[in-house]
Design a protein around this ligand. Structure first.
Ligand code: MRU
Length: 355
């Protein structure tokens, strides 16, 4: 009998309150607070402040966010409605630039508007709600498929290193990089996970450790500069990470520090796997040099988790939220459509053909 693990839904929608419901991830692990957001400005702010974060979860939140924007447009005139919703789409897409899922989700929502010119505003709002639900439900199914493919590459008792949080909290359920670990645990397998703390927002220390420990998975948090030591000690047999955008050639943007982990994995001969839904692939982006990297405020580095500022105001801060791992450091990209091995350009294009 499989033991089912569950956490509160990372993202959901309350139909009675017409509100996007999220766990406020900025307060985890000390406080589990659900936030009810019913304006597009609130959704935009929650995404920017990483209250809802992780590429797929941002996509799901954005789908419901655009529906909320649609509800707030008080007109029966289709032309006016379409114009106002396009403004809302562009506003929401600007909340964070790197994760492909944000732009992808609002574009997909707006396609409903474009593809149904004959519908009344009221009928269109119903269709938009259905599309947001579809994005949400598809995300759960994708995570489960990624989990199955990922699990096929792992063995019981393996040591796994992960960076940031690409888990249950970053998606609708299960996660991408952490999905094989949750599925494996449900089937009685054991893994020993090293979670990089992930400066400066501590997604690994605060979120990955929380969700794995809640599921009874053995997890050890390390500071980011300790990864080479645990690899050298022979404690890591595979690295699993998520992705915010995968270029057509396989170059992958993910949380800052991922590239460094990939370089270490190559040095120590450890397989480095990227796990993401196929919707994270951006075929319009030829390679990693075209991926826009989000820059965040220096206060996140200088003082965010400290009682007082830890860095003199005279020093500048460089705080990119993501980096790009070149495709030659990646062993395989595990998607919901299958596993892609190098050469990635051909493999990624072939999966597109399967659609
Ligand atoms: O800044 P964040 O916390 O949104 O960054 C998240 C990551 O980099 C994740 O690894 C990525 O979005 C994949 S989540 C399944």
């Amino acid at each position: 009998m499989e033991e089912k693990f569950t956490l509160p839904d990372t993202v959901g929608f309350d139909k009675e309150k017409n509100a996007l419901v999220i766990i406020d991830q900025s307060q985890l692990p000390n406080k589990t607070e659900m936030l009810y957001l019913n304006t597009i400005e609130q959704v935009h702010r929650a995404i920017y402040l990483l209250k809802v974060r992780g590429a797929p979860a941002i996509g799901v939140a954005a789908g419901y966010g655009l529906y909320i924007a649609a509800l707030d447009i008080e007109t029966e005139d289709r032309e006016e409605f379409d114009r106002k919703l396009a403004l809302a789409r562009d506003y929401l897409a600007g909340a964070r630039p790197t994760a492909v899922n944000l732009g992808w989700a609002v574009k997909r929502m707006y396609a409903v508007v474009k593809n149904n010119p004959a519908l009344s505003v009221e009928e269109l709002k119903k269709k938009l709600y259905q599309e947001a639900v579809n994005i949400h439900e598809e995300d759960i199914a994708m995570c489960l498929k990624i989990g199955e493919y990922g699990l096929s590459l792992l063995k019981d008792e393996m040591g796994i290193l992960t960076h940031c949080n690409a888990g249950w909290l970053a998606t609708s359920k299960y996660g991408t990089a952490l999905a094989p670990l949750h599925l494996g645990k449900e089937r009685g397998m054991n893994f020993h996970v090293y979670a990089d703390e992930t400066r400066p927002i501590l997604q690994g220390g605060r979120l990955t450790a929380y969700e794995l420990a809640k599921h009874g998975i053995d997890v050890t948090v390390i500071c980011d500069n300790m990864a080479s030591q645990v690899m050298k000690n022979g404690w890591v047999q595979a690295v699993l990470v998520g992705a915010d955008r995968i270029a057509a050639n396989g170059d992958t943007a993910n949380k800052i520090g991922t590239n460094g982990v990939a370089i270490l994995a190559k040095y120590y001969g450890i397989p480095f796997y990227v796990l993401a839904p196929y919707s994270t692939v951006d075929l319009e982006c030829a390679d990693g040099s075209q991926i826009k990297i989000e820059q965040r405020p220096g206060s996140e580095v200088r003082e965010m988790w400290y009682r007082e500022s830890m860095i003199t105001e005279e020093a500048k801060i460089f705080n990119p939220a993501f980096d790009v791992t070149p495709q030659e450091l990646i062993t395989a990209i595990i998607t919901d459509k299958g596993i892609v091995y190098p050469p990635f350009k051909e493999g990624i294009a072939a999966l597109k053909g399967d659609e």
